[in-house]
Write a new protein. Structure first.
Length: 69
């Protein structure tokens, strides 16, 4: 599946790369919300997808910190 591949790619990244990925996803979510508010967003389901990706990134970060302890 597509999401499994994405999660595997996240698990292969370092903590710094995950932090960068999280910042980029949050910026994308902000831009999508801004476009939605100004009625410029065509694919509104992208907001839900990015929110789930942020949750996946945070989950992998938490898993990595728990393993390190």
């Amino acid at each position: 599946m597509k999401t499994n591949k994405y999660v595997e790619d996240l698990r292969a990244k370092s903590a710094a790369e995950l932090a960068d990925e999280l910042v980029a996803a949050k910026k994308e979510l902000f831009n999508l919300r801004f476009q939605n508010a100004t009625n410029q967003l065509d694919n509104t389901s992208r907001i839900k997808e990015v929110r789930k990706n942020i949750a996946r990134i945070r989950t992998v970060i938490t898993q990595k910190t728990n393993v390190a302890e």
